[in-house]
Structures are given as structure tokens and as C-alpha cells.
Design a protein around this ligand. Structure first.
Ligand SMILES: *[C@@H]1O[C@H](CO)[C@@H](O)[C@H](O)[C@H]1NC(C)=O
Ligand SMILES: *[C@@H]1O[C@H](CO)[C@@H](O)[C@H](O)[C@H]1NC(C)=O
Ligand SMILES: *[C@@H]1O[C@H](CO)[C@@H](O)[C@H](O)[C@H]1NC(C)=O
Ligand SMILES: *[C@@H]1O[C@H](CO)[C@@H](O)[C@H](O)[C@H]1NC(C)=O
Ligand SMILES: *[C@@H]1O[C@H](CO)[C@@H](O)[C@H](O)[C@H]1NC(C)=O
Ligand SMILES: *[C@@H]1O[C@H](CO)[C@@H](O)[C@H](O)[C@H]1NC(C)=O
Ligand SMILES: *[C@@H]1O[C@H](CO)[C@@H](O)[C@H](O)[C@H]1NC(C)=O
Length: 217
């Protein structure tokens, strides 16, 4: 029964952190879960203390608490992008990158090579804003970061060291160590794309919760 209670707690802990966090570069303002469905997570105006960001070979990091999600990155070269139109060009969303869909939760570090986007104005010294867009069970969620691009800047070693993927692909909680791998853990062979094993897992978990609740009542 203790194990069942732990399962319930783990289940609700997972649900409570279903929104995603942009860990790097730093978002426009403190995270407010209720406002994440809004443009730039509820922050309409550019910050004045922009993050210096490498024009080539950059990356961004997120923490995602919801299984089965997809993400992409929009970019604006406007000085103060404050509407979705500022992240579009000719009526089309202006993507810095389209992102492969993921089935797992965890920490992800995703390469973001802005120099390869070919978007006018994405250049050394330019002020740009990226908007990470994430779809995964809670509708569309948004976080923005205001950047100044540099062709000479390299990400400091301590930040670089945080660029690892840590997926929570089993729910055995602490102790599991799948650092560096999106393909490790219990789902070897399924790769990072199109893995639907998570659904039966969640379903099984839900059945376990209800079963345990019945047992308690
Ligand atoms: C954000 O910018 C708009 C104009 O672009 C301005 O009206 C508004 O006051 C600004 N908000 C804050 C909090 O500075
Ligand atoms: C970029 O933004 C900073 C901070 O708002 C500002 O001081 C600087 O003049 C801007 N640079 C350019 C090239 O617009
Ligand atoms: C910008 O300044 C605010 C207020 O001091 C601070 O909380 C935030 O961490 C700074 N952001 C960056 C990217 O340096
Ligand atoms: C990836 O996710 C998006 C948004 O949920 C969806 O529209 C698209 O069909 C998915 N692509 C694949 C290959 O699963
Ligand atoms: C993390 O996983 C994503 C795919 O979800 C991949 O694009 C990225 O390269 C991985 N990062 C590292 C540091 O392995
Ligand atoms: C996980 O693996 C990394 C890299 O091998 C190691 O540095 C870290 O201490 C491990 N963490 C745990 C909890 O075993
Ligand atoms: C992570 O990758 C590094 C090098 O790619 C390797 O030396 C290390 O053992 C890996 N750690 C784990 C936990 O797989």
C-alpha cells in the first residue's frame, strides 16, 4: 500500500509540473504557469538586459513535465516584438527551427544554430527574440528570450556543461540515470521519434491510481 501511495504522489507531482520551463537562455521574466499559454508566457515587451547568444552553434534548454509533445522555435528581428505578427514574415511563422516530436519528459538541450536560418537581420550584433512554442497536452505554451547575437561569443564552460538530455522515460523516480540519452532506459530501440509507449504507461499508472484509491476508501 505504501508503494501505491507513492505512485499516487508521483502521478500528481508529474501532473503539477506539466508546463515547460525555458532554462536557457533566460526568459523575459519569472515563470508564471497560468500565463504560459499567452504570447511570450505573458511578457509582452522585450527586456533591456538581453542575453548575449552565439550566432552559430547555440543551444537552448527546457524542462518538460508532460509526455508526448512537440516544440519549435520562432524568431523575430523586431526591436520589441510584442505580438505574434512580429514573429511572422509575409503572413507565415518565421521559424528558427522546427523540432522533432518527443514522447518523453525531462530536461532537453536542443541545438539552435541561428546563422543557418538564412533569415534577414539574423546577424552578428543584432537584437533578436526567440519564442519557444510547445504543444503537449496543455495546448500551446510560450516562452521568449531576448538576445543579442555575437559571432565571437562562446557559451561559458559551466553553461555548456549543463547541455545534456535527461529523460524520465520510466517512472521509477530517483536513482534512474539516463543522462545523455533520449533513447536509453526502458525503451531501447524505439528511438526519440514516434515512441508511443508512454501512453499505455500513463494509462497503466492511472488505473493504478484508481485501483489504489478504491483500496483506500
Ligand atoms: C509594453 O510596450 C507597450 C508598447 O509596445 C506599452 O504600451 C506598455 O506600457 C509596455 N508595458 C510595460 C510593462 O512596459
Ligand atoms: C540592442 O538592445 C540593447 C538593449 O535594449 C540596446 O542597448 C542596443 O542599442 C540594441 N542594439 C541594436 C543594434 O539595436
Ligand atoms: C535582467 O534583469 C533582471 C532584473 O535585475 C534579472 O532578474 C534577470 O535575471 C536579468 N536577465 C538577464 C538575461 O540577465
Ligand atoms: C508532431 O506534433 C505536431 C503538433 O502536435 C503534429 O501536428 C505533427 O503531426 C507531429 N508530427 C509527427 C511526425 O508526429
Ligand atoms: C536532446 O534531444 C534532442 C531531441 O529531442 C536532440 O535534438 C538533441 O540533440 C539532444 N541533445 C543532446 C545534448 O544530446
Ligand atoms: C548519472 O550519470 C552521470 C554521468 O555518468 C554522473 O555524473 C552522475 O553522478 C550520475 N548520477 C546518478 C544519480 O547516478
Ligand atoms: C555520456 O556520454 C559520455 C560521452 O559521450 C560518456 O563518456 C558517458 O559515459 C555517458 N554517460 C552515460 C550515463 O551514459
Amino acid at each position: 500500500m505504501k508503494a501505491a501511495i507513492f505512485t499516487i504522489l508521483a502521478f500528481f507531482a508529474l501532473s503539477a509540473q506539466a508546463h515547460f520551463r525555458l532554462l536557457y537562455p533566460e526568459p523575459r521574466g519569472p515563470f508564471v504557469a497560468d500565463r504560459e499559454p499567452l504570447f511570450c508566457g505573458g511578457y509582452d515587451n522585450a527586456t533591456t538586459n538581453r542575453t548575449t547568444f552565439p550566432l552559430s552553434n547555440g543551444f537552448f534548454r527546457i524542462r518538460q513535465g508532460h509526455a508526448d509533445w512537440a516544440g519549435s522555435v520562432l524568431i523575430s528581428v523586431a526591436p520589441n516584438p510584442s505580438t505574434f505578427d512580429d514573429f511572422a514574415s509575409g503572413g507565415e511563422n518565421q521559424f528558427a527551427r522546427l523540432w522533432a516530436n518527443e514522447s518523453k519528459t525531462g530536461n532537453f538541450c536542443i541545438p539552435l544554430d541561428l546563422s543557418s536560418t538564412g533569415i534577414a537581420g539574423v546577424a552578428d550584433g543584432a537584437n533578436v527574440t526567440i519564442q519557444v512554442v510547445l504543444t503537449g497536452g496543455d495546448g500551446q505554451l510560450y516562452q521568449c528570450a531576448d538576445l543579442t547575437l555575437s559571432s565571437t561569443f562562446t557559451v561559458p564552460a559551466d553553461l555548456q556543461a549543463t547541455c545534456v538530455n535527461q529523460t524520465a522515460d520510466d517512472h521509477s523516480s530517483h536513482g534512474s540515470n539516463s543522462t545523455n540519452s533520449t533513447t536509453g532506459g526502458s525503451s531501447a530501440g524505439s528511438g526519440s521519434l514516434g515512441n508511443v509507449e508512454q501512453r499505455p504507461l500513463i494509462a497503466a499508472l492511472a488505473v493504478g491510481v484508481f485501483g489504489a484509491l478504491l483500496g483506500l476508501l
